[in-house]
Design a protein around this ligand. Structure first.
Ligand code: GLY
Ligand code: MN
Ligand code: MN
Length: 448
């Protein structure tokens, strides 16, 4: 199916679901104005960080720039109200492509002050977006600015993707894999974190600011830092430590839709037990991906991951005892302290992961794992990441050493493995009607 047909179907689906959401949650209102967001300068400065449009706006129109609006009135073609300032400092050209632009009506404004005249009666308008001041200036009643009932409904529904959205997520995966291949090559050739980062950007032909999140490129012991942000560079190559392990967590965006992929690579001369762990993690991650299907509770999958990681730790001689006990006494959490994954879409950690239903009731995470970002049962069409990890994190090990868990841990082996940091393997997975489609492993590379 061509992109325009896919997008038209996507818009039709949005019109239906947003129409129902509006009628059920704000029955006195008959239109929704969605704002992409405002640009904010740094404090006491005259320039702003790179802008990212809000997900609920991007779902209607791939215009990743500030002060764009979608006006949704049930029964009418969606309208895009686009601010295109007269500006000789920046390029303000509004780039549209017919596959999406033909599905909406576009009106351009030179000034935000024109917005009010383009809107229907504001007393029956809902405003969605970050800029409350703007909504108040427009005259939108307080109760109709980001009403929680409507937002919960829309957030909840966003977990299930349309075919158009799935095609963009596939594209974002294929795109990122070209960068991952270049990153592995640069790691094996002895590049530092800076080199690997730039090899990734060059292979994907993207700028830093176009990434869904800042690349995590961690060599050796830094792989133990979950969201490691530096890119170490060595002017003096002689002082650069040998590359033993690379953990790279990096994605791309396709018209706003994100991929979020992690690979861990080890040099041949890394510790042999680290190689065993890496093989074991690859196998258990594939098993977890294979467990994705509609109706499965993500919290149960997370527990399954803990049991498998605990068993791996026992098999590798890093922990003593049985897997059940290592999970229940918290030892597995020392090595695997984050959640198994999250919803993925227009945001890397997409919205609605802890909603039990459209009404906004919460599905809280299990007491043992308060950081789990997705506590829902999977619906067909939901896209999640599956990203088990196993790390040697100094701060967590230090605490464990002073606790009752200490006797379950082989400290000599744990210390020997600390210089290798850790492992994370992350794929993006679609729950299909009867199973799983691994969007990362099944991505058609070379299609760009
Ligand atoms: N890249 C962030 C995460 O995996 O959640
Ligand atoms: Mn990631
Ligand atoms: Mn992730």
């Amino acid at each position: 199916m061509n992109t325009q047909t896919l997008f038209q179907q996507h818009i039709t689906a949005l019109e239906h679901s947003w129409g129902e959401a509006l009628q059920q949650t704000m029955p006195d209102c008959d239109a929704i104005l969605v704002h992409s967001g405002s640009s904010h300068n740094y404090f006491a400065d005259d320039h702003a960080p790179p802008f990212k449009a809000w997900g609920h706006f991007l779902r209607w129109a791939p215009l990743d720039r500030p002060d764009q609006f979608v006006l949704f009135v049930p029964g009418h073609k969606p309208r895009v109200l686009a601010l295109v300032p007269r500006d000789f400092w920046h390029d303000q050209t509004l780039t549209t492509e017919s596959w999406w632009a033909d599905c909406v009506d576009i009106t351009c404004m030179e000034n935000l002050s024109e917005l009010a005249s383009l809107l229907p009666q504001v007393s029956s308008l809902v405003f969605l977006g970050e800029n409350r001041t703007l909504a108040v200036e427009l005259g939108v009643p307080a109760a109709a600015i980001n009403p929680a009932s409507l937002l919960s409904w829309l957030d909840y529904d966003r977990a299930v993707k349309t075919d158009y959205e799935i095609s963009r997520l596939r594209e974002a995966n294929a795109h990122a894999l070209s960068g991952h291949a270049a990153a592995e090559q640069t790691f094996r050739a002895g590049g530092d974190e800076y080199d690997i980062h730039h090899a990734y950007l060059a292979a994907c032909r993207v700028l830093d600011q176009e990434l869904p999140y800042s690349n995590i490129i961690a060599l050796n012991e830094k792989a133990a830092i979950l969201h490691y942000q530096n890119k170490r560079r060595y002017a003096d190559r002689a002082s650069q430590p040998a590359n033993k392990v690379l953990l790279i967590d990096a994605g791309c965006r396709a018209y706003g839709y994100c991929s979020d992929i992690t690979r861990t690579w080890a040099a041949d001369d890394a510790h042999p037990v680290f190689h065993d762990l890496l093989n074991g993690m690859q196998t258990l991650q594939a098993t977890l991906v294979g467990s994705v299907k509609p109706g499965v509770s993500f919290a149960d999958l997370h527990r399954q991951a803990h049991l498998a990681i605990a068993q791996l730790l026992v098999d590798a001689g890093i922990c003593h005892g049985d897997a059940e006990t290592l999970v229940s006494n918290g030892t597995s959490t020392v090595y695997f302290p984050h959640g198994l994954g999250h919803l993925l879409g227009l945001q890397v950690h997409d919205v609605g992961g802890r909603l039990a239903n459209r009404s906004g009731e919460l599905a809280p995470p299990p007491d043992a794992w308060p950081g789990l970002r997705n506590t829902r049962s999977l619906d067909a069409g939901a896209v999640v990441t599956i990203e088990p990890g196993l790390y040697f994190i100094p701060a967590l090990l230090e605490t464990a050493r002073k606790s009752a868990m200490a006797k379950s841990i082989n400290w000599t082996l744990t210390e020997a493995l600390m210089p290798f940091g850790g492992i994370r393997i992350e794929d993006n997975v679609l729950a299909t009607v009867d199973g799983a489609d691994n969007l990362t492993r099944n991505a058609v590379t070379g299609s760009r």
